[in-house]
Design a protein around this ligand. Structure first.
Ligand SMILES: Nc1ncnc2c1ncn2[C@@H]1O[C@H](COP(=O)(O)OP(=O)(O)OP(=O)(O)O)[C@@H](O)[C@H]1O
Length: 248
């Protein structure tokens, strides 16, 4: 369970990326985060796994605060969280399998990982993850020779190989052909059905309502909606998308 309490992020230039956000996310939920560009969606996800540091507030992962954790405690909390980026964030000169094995690095010392000294159990886990995302026949291909959709599937396999309890995905379809959106959302949904909680930032409202159990709507750093897709009435949608991008 994730408990976000009074989470505020003020960037050094004074921009309020998040403003007193309070939300609890139960184990196994599939949550889509929506809002205009600049509403705070990325900041929210990035604070949860500490790619961004919060200014104040708490983020409890199964009761342990990650917002200000340091050292070994931070590393162990981060192991539980897989992160999927818009631009994939793979090491392009490595193969699909090597990239997925990188998801296991948090479990070993960095030296062993750098030398490619992974235990056989990790290699099997990575192969299983690549098979699940439909890339069994691409494991030894360098990722720069894969299509964008295949690269994002490698990134999903890397997150899953980490054996996380939570996957955060920040606009995972934004760099891809719209036709691939359902493939990516379908994969995230299937891992969610295995029990992994999923939070996805998403621009396309129709996709959010099709896949989410629950929607979080942000506007100018504030959480302005928290409910099921069925509660997204036109008035609520107007409230979430109020203001123009130019104002933000
Ligand atoms: N490093 C930064 N320094 C200063 N301000 C920032 C920084 N990163 C984000 N912001 C600002 O914080 C606010 C929230 O940004 P954020 O990227 O979280 O929004 P978003 O909803 O994810 O937008 P998008 O959909 O365009 O990715 C915006 O006003 C943005 O300009």
């Amino acid at each position: 369970m994730i408990q976000v309490q009074h989470l505020t992020k003020i960037y050094p230039n004074g921009t309020r990326g998040l403003d007193d956000v309070n939300v609890d996310i139960q184990d196994g939920e599939f949550v889509c985060v929506i809002g205009l560009s600049g509403a705070g969606k990325s900041t929210f996800l990035r604070c949860i796994n500490r790619l961004n540091d919060a200014t104040s507030g708490q983020i409890l992962i199964d009761g342990e605060d990650i917002a200000f954790a340091q050292g070994a405690k931070l590393r162990s909390l981060r192991r539980r969280i897989g992160f999927i980026f818009q631009q994939f964030n793979l090491t392009t000169r490595l193969t699909a399998l090597e990239n997925v094995l990188a998801g296991r690095l948090g479990y070993h010392n960095r030296f062993a990982g750098a030398l490619g000294l992974y235990p056989e159990s990790d290699i099997q886990l990575a192969k299983d993850a690549l098979t699940r995302v439909g890339l069994a026949d691409r494991m030894t291909v360098r990722v720069d020779q894969l299509s964008g959709g295949q690269q994002q599937r490698v990134a999903i396999a890397r997150a899953v190989a980490q054996q996380p309890t939570l996957i955060l995905a920040d606009e995972p379809m934004a760099s891809l052909d719209p036709k691939l959106s359902n493939v990516i959302m379908g994969l995230l949904k299937s891992f969610n059905q295995d029990g992994i909680s999923v939070l996805v930032n998403i621009h396309v409202l129709e996709l959010a309502t099709a896949y989410a159990d629950r929607i979080l709507g942000f506007n100018q750093g504030r959480l302005v909606f928290d409910g099921p897709p069925s509660a997204l009435t036109p008035d609520v949608i107007d409230r979430i998308y109020a203001g123009s991008v130019a104002d933000l």
